[in-house]
Design a protein around this ligand. Structure first.
Ligand SMILES: Cc1cc2nc3c(=O)[nH]c(=O)nc-3n(C[C@H](O)[C@H](O)[C@H](O)COP(=O)(O)O)c2cc1C
Length: 295
């Protein structure tokens, strides 16, 4: 009996562990078969150069990055998808600098099982987070992408807002099949010898274990208002972290930065989850979903 299989907004997954966008590439040595699904690197219509170096910096208990969504455009991504199709479920992560660009990218994608709408990247000025802080834009983009897509559509939220619930509810209203909570948190690191910011993009997105309690809080808050599934993303480094997110109300989770430190994190987490469920005599992982809300 499979204790880990889940259905997220119509997407059947062998387990609830997803590999987050941006931390691996289609030609990397990550064993993607371990994951219920993998989310591809962010893509827009015609590609993007990205931010000046340095783009990523190790901080205590995490990393800060300012990649700036470098990519070669949707046609190049389609060619890459062709090469990895069938290894596990594939989800595209899409962004645009206009509402229409999101639709155009969604229409052009081939061979994917789901779409994650990125309205939450803190490292680009002309797209992403600017839309992601507005419930009206989020609703418009999600409805448009949903209209042209025949696969489940997820909206990846920014944690950097005091309107999180409104924005998530706007995604739900637009017909999104799930929300992803959440992207990285805007931060800055300063070189005390030069007195200048370390990252070429000046500010960056903070990820890794240091953000986990902040994102668990957001998932817990969203579970109280949303009907659609929540995919948690933020600081997961172990199977215990996955259980914590599920108890807060997540239906599935993504792991990101931990992959830089431990390429086998996915395998270790799956094995830990199976052992935990067996030992606790829990029938299925989602039997404990939202447990912290009970009573
Ligand atoms: C180097 C790097 C690149 C990223 N690129 C993207 C991206 O292209 N699209 C996106 O939606 N999120 C991107 N993210 C955010 C991750 O997908 C994830 O949501 C975030 O890092 C939080 O999870 P973690 O703490 O497990 O890393 C990136 C993160 C990192 C560290």
């Amino acid at each position: 009996m499979n204790k880990l299989n889940v259905n997220i907004g119509g997407l059947e997954l062998k387990n609830p562990l997803l590999l987050a966008s941006g931390v691996w590439d289609t030609d990397s040595s990550v064993e993607i078969e371990v994951y219920g699904a993998v989310i591809l690197k962010g893509v827009n219509l015609n590609g993007r150069k990205g931010n000046p170096p340095p783009r990523i910096y190790d901080i205590q208990c995490g990393v800060i990055n300012s990649i700036g969504l470098e990519n070669g455009g949707v046609d190049e991504l389609n060619r890459k998808i062709e090469k990895i199709k069938g290894r596990t479920k594939l989800i595209a992560n899409i962004f645009g600098s206009t509402v229409e660009e999101y639709k155009d990218v969604a229409e052009r994608l081939k061979g994917i099982d789901g779409i994650e709408i990125n309205v939450s990247c803190p490292n680009v000025k002309d797209s992403g987070i600017a839309f992601g802080r507005s419930p009206e834009y989020v609703e418009k983009i999600a409805a448009l992408v949903k209209k042209v897509s025949n696969v489940p559509v997820f909206v990846k939220l920014t944690p950097d807002t005091d309107r999180l619930e409104d924005i998530a509810l706007a995604a739900e209203k637009a017909g999104a099949d799930a929300v992803v909570c959440a992207n990285t948190y805007t931060g800055i690191v300063i070189d005390i010898n030069t007195g200048k910011p370390i990252l070429g993009g000046i500010t960056g997105g903070v990820s890794g274990p240091c953000i986990k309690p902040l994102t668990v809080y957001r998932v817990w808050k969203l579970r109280r208002v949303l009907k659609i599934p929540i995919i948690a993303s933020g600081g997961i480094a172990s199977w215990q972290d996955v259980i914590e997110y599920i108890m807060a109300g997540a239906d599935a989770v993504e792991i990101g930065s931990i992959i830089f430190r431990n390429l086998d994190a996915g395998t270790e987490i799956i094995s830990g989850l199976n052992k935990y469920l067996e030992e606790k005599n829990i029938h299925h992982i989602l039997d404990i979903r939202g447990g912290v809300h009970d009573g």
